[in-house]
Write a protein that binds this ligand. Structure first.
Ligand code: BES
Ligand code: MN
Ligand code: ZN
Length: 467
């Protein structure tokens, strides 16, 4: 379900607004006339002006009691404003309309965070509903509109990712992709076979739901030569395959198509944001299941373009489907840059935790662009190294490569996975985002809702369509 909360702009605070949020600054003064003893109230509640702090004041309104929410804005930075906005949207849960006097500063970030905090995914009808409407008084309509487009794209990625795997198989994902309003091409299992996508086929072999490769194409209104390819991991459920996961690790793996969901959502939002670059999205989708038709540890597969891989662990399946898509992008699509996004390794959660995603890059300019977009968009990234010494971890005695290290001499599971992908990206500027740690949230807090985060949508939209 998309974000149901609406966002609109009015010129001035309407008379008698029932629920009204007003910022106060570090000198503890609000910026509109409220006919309230504001400084006494703030002193009484020992308000500090921090972002996320809200002083709720009941006020007389025609027909009953209204509320003014005096909210802190911290240092006024985009990060602080996001925190303030999320706290307000959460406080307004179950209410009809929240009228907001926006703070000084980045209103787009503020509105975007308020909308994201109002996201919910419920199968069933228990619990308080998100606030129905947000009205920003005196805000720039274009900025609020932009925030809405971005927030809805994040919500779409979250929805796809939160959907149970009993519903979302690769064909279902292809149908959702086809609804985005951009040209789509889908390879079914026969076409995958005909074109030699051996990695995607091998991973999908054990499932009753066959794999798909999905391609989405965005062309800007103004013709341009610049072409970016985004590749998303679209494993609709990762049981591990015959290298079966224990239940504790398996139960979160409906979110293993989070990268693919991000690519679908981004491709659907580029036109509305007027992105000036051509973008092709590839979603390599399969369900990784154990059965009598599954691939086995020790099988050798042949990827798109002919390279062979010895599959030593069927649970290292993401790199197998991505390798086909990366090789295809390099051989056929002729992009200026390729960025893949994938819930690739549990190891990256050990390294960077749940708040910061990993970026690996073969190119410093591309890395810098993504790190800058991460900073602006609040999808935070840290650059990880492609350590050449660890490359021998991927050697196989019978195939061109092995999909995992056979011993534990090198370790560094996220780095060796990135080194594997690099083999298929060709010589083009390439970056890999490992979002296994940040793809899902364990808390309902701030702009995050428990479950899928949509991490990467804001980052990639900022990179491709940012100001
Ligand atoms: N989908 C998992 C990675 C993952 C783990 C995502 C936890 C989200 C949360 C991936 O396919 C996987 O199983 N990776 C293995 C690689 C190993 C077999 C080399 C892992 O991380 O254990
Ligand atoms: Mn796996
Ligand atoms: Zn996986």
């Amino acid at each position: 379900m998309p974000i149901e909360t609406t966002a609109s702009v009015v010129a001035e605070v309407p008379d008698g607004a029932e629920l009204l949020a007003v910022p106060y600054t570090s000198d503890l003064s609000p910026e509109v006339e409220l006919h309230l003893p504001v400084s006494d109230l703030l002193a009484h509640y020992e308000a500090k002006g921090e972002a996320g702090e809200i002083i709720e004041v009941p006020v007389a309104r025609a027909g009953g009691v209204g509320r003014v929410l005096l909210y802190g804005v911290g240092d006024g930075s985009p990060r602080a404003l996001r925190k303030a906005a999320a706290a307000l949207a959460r406080r307004a849960k179950g209410r009809d309309t929240l009228t907001v006097v926006p703070p000084e500063g980045d209103v787009a970030a503020f509105a975007e965070a308020a909308l994201l905090a109002a996201y919910s995914f419920k199968i069933g009808s228990e619990g308080k509903k998100p606030v129905r409407a947000l009205t920003f008084a005196g805000a720039d309509a274009a900025q609020v509109r932009r925030a809405q487009v971005v927030a809805q794209a994040v919500a779409l990625a979250r929805d796809l990712t939160n959907t149970p795997s009993s519903v979302k198989d690769p064909a279902w994902l292809a149908e959702r992709a086809a609804e985005r309003g951009v040209p789509v091409r889908v390879w079914d299992e026969e076409q995958l076979q005909a074109d030699g996508f051996g990695g995607i086929l091998a991973v999908g072999k054990g499932s009753a739901s066959p794999p798909r490769l999905i391609q989405l194409s965005y062309t800007p209104a103004e013709p341009t030569d610049r072409h970016v390819v985004l590749v998303g991991k679209g494993i609709t459920f990762d049981s591990g395959g015959l290298s079966l996961k224990p239940t504790e690790n398996m139960k979160t793996q409906k979110t293993d198509m989070a990268g693919g969901a991000v690519v679908i959502a981004v491709l659907g939002a580029l036109a509305e944001l007027g992105a000036p670059v051509r973008v092709t999205g590839l979603i390599a989708s399969a369900e990784n299941m154990p059965s009598g038709t599954s691939q086995r540890p020790s099988d050798v597969i042949r990827h798109y373009g002919g390279r062979t891989v010895e599959v030593l662990n069927t649970d290292a399946e993401g790199r197998l489907v991505l390798a086909d898509a990366l090789a295809y992008a390099d051989a056929v699509l002729d992009p200026d840059a390729v960025v893949d996004i994938a819930t690739l390794t549990g190891a990256i959660t050990v390294a960077l935790g749940r708040n910061v995603g990993a970026v690996y890059a073969s190119d410093d300019v591309l890395a810098k662009q993504l790190l800058d977009a991460a900073e602006t968009s609040d999808d935070r990234l840290w650059r990880m190294p492609l350590i050449e010494d660890y490359r021998p971890a991927l050697e196989s005695s019978i195939a061109d490569l092995a999909n995992v290290e056979s011993g534990s001499r090198f370790g560094a599971g996220s780095i060796t996975a990135a080194l594997f992908l690099r083999e298929f990206a060709g010589r083009r500027p390439w970056a890999h985002l490992d979002i296994a740690g940040v793809g899902r949230s364990t808390v309902d807090e701030g702009t995050l809702t428990k479950g899928a985060t949509g991490f990467g949508v804001r980052l990639l939209l900022e990179w491709l369509a940012g100001a």
